[in-house]
Design a protein around this ligand. Structure first.
Ligand code: SF4
Length: 364
């Protein structure tokens, strides 16, 4: 019989475990995870739990569980080819785990509206959730439809309007679209690369200075940004940020990253601090696995807080998912009241389903 100790595995590769448990023949679905979870509660963040298991499926399932809950498997040692196996799992304190990604806040349904002005773009970024590019169909939002939608939004009590694309400055009537949202807190998302001259510069110069410009910049130096968004795009974005600020606009800078990159995030924050962009106006978000992106954060109607979004030809659950047929909620942007009602209905059904999945076990 195997003595229950990591040392019996003939290895010190497990490191300094704070506690050990023996899972015997249990698999992850039949009690092992409960045993591990109870043991983890007794450990401090950063400490190691030693786990012994004689069940082969645990070799596959335990790493999946660890990734899901955010713990880290530091070592795995097999006593023989047929097991048993030893694992050293490091407890990661979720609350204190730093993330480079900016925190988000839940927005009550009806307060915020997103509108895609168009889908064509001068760039074709490799993570573009809208599948925008110079060749994409423009699918321009009509200025009349925008006026109607934004007026209805204001009447319904809406406050925040975000205009995005594609590259909005490719829409010939961008100024009218933005004017249609007067009275609302307006933010215009842009790559800042094509408004430095001609008609587009005139559009920019005429904009009300209460409009916030959210400009994409993925890194402090060109390497990451240009790799993700196209050669030479970093310098043009930096120039665009400078131009917008020189014209008196409040600029929010948004970066999109494939994964946690603390050094890259720190460098970007430092650069933006250096040019006087407030920390509240520095946003770092993960790539969503939508559109052109074949990796990234998986999103679905069950995992994504709704932020209703209209396009020329429909309405969607969230702006990051406007190419995902499963997140399309209407075939027309109007009437907006119907769009919000559909979203509210879905949220009520989700809430009810969550409640009904739990039994009430009455003891008194
Ligand atoms: S991410 Fe933005 S800038 Fe890049 S292709 Fe998509 S719409 Fe254009």
């Amino acid at each position: 019989m195997t003595e229950f100790s990591p040392k019996a595995a003939g290895s010190s590769a497990l490191g300094d475990v704070a506690e050990t448990i023996d899972g015997g023949d249990m698999d992850c679905g039949s009690g092992l995870l409960l045993l591990i979870t109870r043991a983890m509660r007794r450990l401090e963040g950063g400490q190691l739990l030693g786990i012994r298991s004689a069940e082969p499926s645990v070799v596959t399932d335990l790493p999946v569980w660890a990734e899901l809950v955010g713990h880290q498997i530091d070592a795995e040692v097999a006593e023989s080819a047929d097991g048993p196996w030893w694992f050293a799992v490091r407890k990661v304190d979720q609350l204190s785990r730093p993330s480079v990604f900016s925190d988000g806040e839940r927005t009550p349904i009806g307060r915020r509206l997103w509108a895609y002005t168009n889908f064509d773009c001068n760039l074709a970024c490799d993570y573009c959730c809208a599948m925008s590019s110079p060749k994409a169909a423009a699918r321009r939002l009509d200025a009349g439809v925008a006026r109607e939608a934004f007026a209805e939004f204001a009447e319904l009590g809406g406050r925040e309007l975000f205009l995005t694309g594609g590259e909005p400055f490719m829409h010939p009537e961008l100024g009218e679209l933005i004017d249609a949202g007067a009275g609302l807190e307006r933010t215009l998302l842009t790559n800042a690369m094509i408004f430095s001259r001609g008609r587009r510069l005139e559009t920019l110069e005429k904009l009300d200075r209460s409009v916030v410009l959210q400009i994409s910049l993925d890194s402090a130096t060109p390497e990451v940004h240009d790799r993700q968004r196209g050669a030479g795009s970093w310098q043009k974005a930096v120039d665009g940020i400078g131009l917008a600020r020189s014209l008196g606009f409040r600029v929010r800078v948004a970066a999109t990253l494939y994964g946690e990159d603390p050094a890259g995030a720190d460098a970007l924050h430092e650069r933006l601090d250096g040019i006087g962009i407030d920390r509240a106006d520095q946003v770092i978000r993960p790539v969503a696995q939508e559109g052109f992106a074949d990796t990234g954060l998986h999103v679905s109607i069950d995992t994504l807080e709704p932020e209703p979004t209209i396009t020329a030809d429909g309405a969607w659950w969230h702006p990051v998912a406007v190419t995902n047929p499963n997140l399309r909620i209407a075939d027309s942007p109007l009437p907006l009241s119907e769009v919000f009602e559909v979203v509210r209905d879905i949220v009520s059904v989700q809430d009810a389903a969550e409640r009904s999945g739990r039994e009430v076990f009455r003891c008194a």
